[in-house]
Design a protein around this ligand. Structure first.
Ligand SMILES: *Cc1c(COP(=O)(O)O)cnc(C)c1O
Length: 349
């Protein structure tokens, strides 16, 4: 792979914005370079200074936690920002395409549509894996990006390692493995393979297992060359000072992370063992995530309404390819899971 050939020519040629904090780092007695307010801030805390554009302190901690180097890390306003930037980095609007494997996470298509980028769709099998034919189609595609969501949303399964390896070996563009749910999976992260594949980009997030969806911090792991390009095109201050400070405190609270993770895994096991015995449940798909895709009978949308009427909102995925009759159930607290099971047992009354 020649990375430069995958980058949009205008991005290769452009000069990035050089912010005040790019041109001067550190502390001076008198900071008059960034048009900040030296008097202070409104509200309860001081945020009058711009944050570190490259989030160095956060990256030091993420690097230690994930066993990667800081120059292999991009941090964004959720992984959704990384998805959008990857599309804009590589795809010429009105000309290039991305490749997705439905059913999968909807933001890949939204990012492509917003940027006037074509979407190629190669469906997964009925058990949500890549068939031989699908792998062949991916390898033959000239899309600039392929998004492999593993564990996949909304299906919950990991993609088979050998299929992902074959795509990494043979696909001509960047291979984005979205690991939003990796913390719940019984498999190592693809970050452990970064040294082998220069076309690999791994996405992770603090929104799920770390419980920080409201804070917005997404991570992309890739070669320093890919990360350098993402840094070139990102908004200069894309991760706020409040987020950076809170994330540093959150990452230090790894005990709480592990406790919550174990409780969610226990909740998943409890739902997995009980759901199949309910007459309304036709199939529970195996999950390596913090949710379960469940096929209901006789009518999943009626079940969705039944739950809603009892104050329980789940995700109706019946219109997604391969997901007819399916609802996606997020694992909740022990009490929430019990309420869910009780409401399912009450159907239709
Ligand atoms: C939840 C989720 C994300 C996370 O997005 P953030 O912007 O980091 O909150 C990314 N990818 C998938 C597949 C998800 O389900």
């Amino acid at each position: 792979m020649n990375l430069d050939n995958l980058i949009r020519p205008n991005v290769r040629a452009m000069q990035p914005y050089s912010s005040a904090r790019d041109e001067f780092q550190g502390d001076a007695r008198v900071m008059l370079d960034a048009n900040e307010n030296s008097q202070g801030s409104v509200g309860p805390a001081a945020y009058n200074r711009y944050p570190d554009p490259l989030q160095r302190l956060v990256k030091t901690e993420v690097a230690a936690l994930k066993h990667v180097r800081p120059e292999q890390i991009f941090l964004g306003n959720g992984s959704d920002e990384a998805i959008d930037l990857l599309v804009r980095l590589t795809c010429v609007p009105g000309q290039d395409s991305i490749l997705v494997l439905p059913p999968t996470y909807g933001m890949y298509e939204v990012a492509a549509n917003l940027n006037d980028v074509r979407v190629e769709r190669v469906p997964l099998t009925s058990d949500f894996q890549l068939s031989e034919d699908a792998i062949a189609k991916v390898l033959a595609s000239s899309a600039k990006l392929v998004f492999l969501c593993s564990p996949n949303n909304p299906t919950g399964n990991l993609l088979h390692q050998t299929a992902v390896e074959r795509i990494l070996q043979g696909f001509s563009g960047l291979v984005v493995v979205d690991e939003a749910y990796v913390d719940f999976a019984a498999a190592p992260s693809w970050t452990t393979r970064l040294a082998e594949f220069e076309n690999l980009v791994v996405l992770q997030t603090l929104s799920k297992a770390w419980g920080l969806a409201g804070l917005r911090l997404g991570m992309a792991f890739a070669s320093p060359a890919v990360i350098g390009y993402l840094n070139k095109i990102k908004p200069p201050y894309n991760v706020s000072e409040a987020t950076q400070q809170h994330v540093l405190a959150g990452l230090a609270d790894v005990g709480r992370y592990e406790t919550m993770r174990q409780q969610l895994l226990e909740g998943r096991r409890a739902l997995e063992s009980t759901l199949p015995s309910l007459p309304v449940v036709e199939h529970v798909f195996p999950s390596d995530a913090n949710f379960l895709l469940v096929r209901f009978r006789p009518d999943a949308t009626a079940m969705y309404q039944h739950l809603l009427a009892r104050g329980i909102v789940v995700r109706n995925r019946t219109t997604q390819p391969g997901c007819a009759g399916c609802l996606r159930l997020t694992v909740g607290t022990k009490a929430e899971n019990q309420q869910l099971l009780a409401a399912l047992q009450q159907y239709p009354y």
